[in-house]
Design a binder for this molecule. Structure first.
Ligand code: FAD
Length: 290
């Protein structure tokens, strides 16, 4: 790891990721890097180390990273507004983008209310809620390809329910959106309603990663799990939420392997009882197993 230490880019060694995942549970990483611009990001990638790009960690569970380094996008969070066009860095959070748009009388990002992710993480899964998704207002994504930043139009990327055709090792640097001029006060009222609904229907008090499984549409994973009576099931401090059965919550000190054990248990039970093979919405990172 000699080269990478000499890059003069902010990094930490033997770093505990517990507080870098919204599940508040995670393993350690040998190295976490904080590039603050695209050049620094390129330099890290040029070392050819295995890497995992980390946004806000709201869709990720780290169990083991082996020799994989973490590249955090926390410090890549600029948002530029030019007329109706918005260019947001990959590490800008969805709420930062929404609020900045509203401050500039631009509407169309309110769908993201309550999704605690970043632009990069959101694009990977085509994050969505409240009747909208991140790809709705998207114009293009900027990515690093062969050491160059390239702009890829939305039409060249496939987006559907909680998925996109962006490849595993592609690195998103920025994204461009086209929003609509509108009254931010009307939007702020909507946002309050969205939050009220979320607070009523989701276990917002406890650390989680949101929905663990994708909905096998038209069915809902949460209803299927609830019908099988799995709510409240536990492994260590990990528990299937009794408010929303597709959420696994950390009641205190759930270890990553305990959360994973419960995730697998729920999935196995659903398969045995219904024949439905639930697909993961969360990323379980366990490079010792892969
Ligand atoms: C309480 C709660 C509620 C939630 N509600 C919703 C919801 O309503 N709708 C919804 O869709 N999701 C929801 N989620 C899940 C999650 O917030 C979203 O999936 C979010 O978009 C993930 O973003 P992130 O930055 O946290 O991603 P991370 O967990 O950091 O990363 C997710 C994936 O994206 C990749 N990635 C991140 N940044 C980049 C980049 N710059 N370039 C390339 N790859 C990158 C990572 O490598 C990883 O594979 C919820 C989560 C929580 C905790």
């Amino acid at each position: 790891m000699k080269n990478i230490k000499e890059l003069k880019i902010e990094y930490y060694e033997n770093f505990d990721l517990t507080n870098y995942c919204t599940w508040k549970s995670g393993c350690k990483t040998d190295y976490i890097f904080y590039p603050k611009n695209i050049n620094e990001l390129k330099k890290i990638l040029s070392t050819k180390k295995n890497y995992y790009i980390l946004g806000n960690g709201s869709n990720t569970l780290f169990i083991s990273l082996k020799d994989t380094i973490i590249i955090s996008t926390k410090k890549l969070n600029n948002i530029d507004i030019n007329g109706k066009f918005v260019i947001a860095d990959s590490g800008a959070t969805l709420s930062m983008v929404m609020n900045k748009c509203l401050d500039n009388n631009l509407i169309g990002f309110e769908f993201s209310t309550g999704i605690p992710g970043t632009i990069g993480g959101g694009l990977i899964t085509n994050a969505g809620a409240n009747g909208g998704t991140i790809s709705d207002k998207l114009i293009s994504i900027y990515m690093l390809k062969n050491d160059k930043e390239v702009e890829i139009p939305k039409e060249d990327i496939r987006f559907s329910y909680r998925t996109s055709s962006i490849k595993k090792n592609d690195v998103i640097t920025r994204a461009k959106f086209l929003l609509t001029p509108g009254d931010p006060n009307v939007s702020r009222k909507k946002i309050k309603e969205y939050l009220k609904h979320r607070n009523k229907t989701q276990p917002v008090r406890w650390p989680s990663a949101g929905s663990v499984f994708k909905n096998p549409l038209p069915e809902h994973a949460g209803f299927i799990i609830e019908k099988l009576g799995i709510k409240g099931e536990k492994v260590g401090d990990a528990e299937v939420s009794d408010i929303h059965a597709n959420y696994i919550i950390n009641k205190k000190n759930a270890k990553p392997f305990e959360i994973n054990k419960l995730v697998k248990k729920v999935r196995k039970r659903v398969l045995e009882k219904t024949g439905i093979n639930l697909e993961y919405e969360v990323r379980i990172v366990d490079y010792d197993q892969d």
